[in-house]
Design a protein around this ligand. Structure first.
Ligand SMILES: Cc1ncc(C[n+]2csc(CCOP(=O)(O)OP(=O)(O)O)c2C)c(N)n1
Ligand SMILES: [Mg+2]
Length: 552
């Protein structure tokens, strides 16, 4: 590479390429468009979104799904301030991202888009690096990638665009990419004393659940968890993000947490020991402590904790890589004769509905439980599934036949409006796969402009909307509180008409029996479509019922 005729933005783009960035989510403005255009010319796939939030949200899903650093670029000022919902979500989900943001030009005494960007970014928990010395920029960008990888968090790089547009006067060599500078770390084996103590705890327990989180997924600890569970007559469960790790195991209770099924709750209530493998023990995971009121928690993790999210979450700890820890414990405990793991329980797990309560949906609107059961039966198991937010997300958590590798949910910041972005990120990370997104009407409408992005980039995404014509989470809570729900009931927007307007395929699903033919037709046609499924707002989830019991 020679420095002749090059601008700083050329070199910056080359450093990104040298970091092996193959996909970048972008929205252009004065402060990033030259850089982004050069990045595209290096062969990086650019996905040009319609809102900056969506660039970072899509990069989050891309990072989770690909295991690589997710990359996005936005312009300075109003481009950057749009990121304040996506960045905290990425911080909490521990997703490595690098966001290239412009900064206002240094040479101007006044610039209308200028704002102090660093505190906006650092308030979200992300790192911010303002690069003002062109000669150091290549190394500083590389170090941003290194930081994102090592700390597993978003790093935002701000470069004043007058500096980007200067002639490049530095050396021609690019720094060694961050991947070559990551310490090569082998999985950490447990200390034998810790294993002995954990085995003694298991020996005293009668009813055990082995629960796996994303740490177990990343460590490839699924088979070790199954072996441990079989050995100590335990049932299996996962956190919501790790859903599907044991999808084909007859003793899997599916999701542990506020979204647990009735049978999972009943089993957890009996448990006296939960072995949490690679779980951060988030509050939702334990349903605030209500899910296993009688159980101690033994946490197997590289970084075990006693207190998590404001509550004592684990009483005993085994520090180790999730897989090695689970394997060592399985070897250290005697095999038990199955007592809990009986065929009758497996039968109940397989056949009982997640929520067996009765409601009377109004004519023309489906019971969301029937919708999810019909989708579970009709959708091919190899499609990538993306779960979004809102009240309806309880229902779509109950599709237990899907493997973990085909599932994504990111909800650590509890924001709605991310469904389309997450689906785009998964589609970009798994180019050959079909993606199906389950979203609420409110969440879809919050960033509905991304339907245009999906169509323009030819992404293969089916968007299934459980349309209750409302912010369901709010109406059920307001009603339980005896308050007027008018601020959260907007009526059912014709989402199919909107989708057609964006050039997507669209259906309004009146008869669930037509789903198998619709799935077959979509699989044949490819592309993107929105299926608007009217669901009843008379049906509400156990999550709401427990948290907001109706007033007498
Ligand atoms: C960015 C953001 N704004 C507002 C909320 C509050 N909120 C939580 S759920 C929800 C309703 C979502 O509606 P919809 O997507 O239709 O799903 P539903 O609850 O109706 O199933 C809202 C407004 C939020 N979580 N995030
Ligand atoms: Mg809704």
């Amino acid at each position: 590479m020679s420095g002749e005729g090059l601008h700083v933005y050329d070199i910056l783009a080359q450093v990104f390429r040298n970091e092996d960035v193959g996909t970048c989510f972008a929205l252009l403005g004065d402060a990033n468009m030259n850089f982004a255009t050069r990045l595209a010319e290096t062969g990086c796939r650019m996905i040009y979104v319609r809102h900056e939030h969506c660039a970072v949200a899509a990069a989050m899903a891309f990072a989770r799904k690909s295991g690589e650093v997710g990359v996005a670029t936005v312009t300075c000022g109003p481009g950057l301030t749009q990121l304040t919902t996506a960045l905290p979500a990425a911080v909490r989900a521990r997703l490595p991202l690098v966001v290239f943001a412009g900064e206002a030009p240094l040479k101007s005494g006044w610039y209308n888009q200028a704002i102090d960007q660093a505190p906006i970014v650092t308030a979200t928990g992300a790192a911010y690096h303002s690069l003002h010395a062109p000669a150091r920029m290549p190394v500083a960008v590389r170090d941003a990638f290194l930081q994102a990888r090592r700390e597993r968090r978003p790093v935002v790089i701000g470069v004043p665009f007058d500096l980007q547009n200067q002639a490049w006067e530095g050396a021609g060599d690019l720094p060694a990419p961050s991947a070559t500078l990551m310490p090569r770390l082998s999985p950490v084996p447990p200390n034998p004393e810790d294993v002995a103590r954990a085995a003694a705890l298991v020996g005293q327990a009668k009813r055990i659940v082995v629960m796996a989180g994303m740490g177990a997924v990343e460590a490839g600890a699924g088979p070790a968890c199954r072996a441990l569970a079989e050995r100590c007559d335990a049932l299996l469960a996962t956190t919501l993000p790790a859903r599907g790790l044991f999808h084909d195991d007859p003793f899997s209770l599916n999701v542990a947490g506020g979204f647990s099924s009735d049978i999972a709750r009943a089993c957890f209530a009996e448990a006296d020991l939960v072995i949490a493998v690679g779980c951060s023990l988030a509050r939702h995971n334990a349903d605030g402590g209500k899910l296993w009121p009688n159980a101690q928690v033994l946490q197997i993790d590289l970084d075990p904790v006693s207190v998590s999210q404001g509550r004592v979450a684990a009483e005993a700890h085994l520090r180790a890589d999730a897989r090695l820890g689970a394997l060592a414990l399985a070897e250290a405990v005697p095999a038990r004769t199955p007592d809990w793991r009986q065929p009758a329980l497996a039968e109940r797990i397989a056949t009982e509905p997640a929520d067996g309560s009765h409601f009377a949906p109004e004519p023309g609107a489906h019971d969301p439980r029937n919708v999810v059961a019909a989708l579970e039966a009709a959708l091919p198991p190899d499609w990538q599934m993306v779960n979004s937010s809102g009240h309806c997300s309880y229902y779509v958590a109950h599709m237990p036949s899907r493997p973990q590798d085909n599932f994504l949910t990111i909800r650590e910041f509890g924001a709605i409006g991310n469904g389309t972005s997450f689906a785009m990120g998964v589609a970009a990370a798994r180019p050959g796969d079909t993606v199906v997104l389950f979203d609420g009407d409110g969440s879809l409408l919050m960033h509905v402009q991304e339907l245009e992005t999906i169509r323009r980039h030819g992404l293969n995404i089916l968007i299934v909307v459980l349309n209750d014509g409302a912010y369901g989470s709010e109406i059920h809570k307001l009603r339980a509180e005896g308050l007027d729900d008018g601020g959260a009931v907007f009526g059912r927007t014709d989402l199919a008409a909107i989708a057609r307007g964006f050039g997507l395929g669209a259906e309004t699903v009146t008869d669930l029996a037509t789903l198998p033919q619709m799935v077959a037709a979509f699989a044949q046609a490819g592309g993107a479509a929105v299926w608007d499924i009217p669901v009843s707002d008379k049906v509400y989830s156990p999550v709401i019922r427990r948290a907001h019991p109706p007033r007498g």
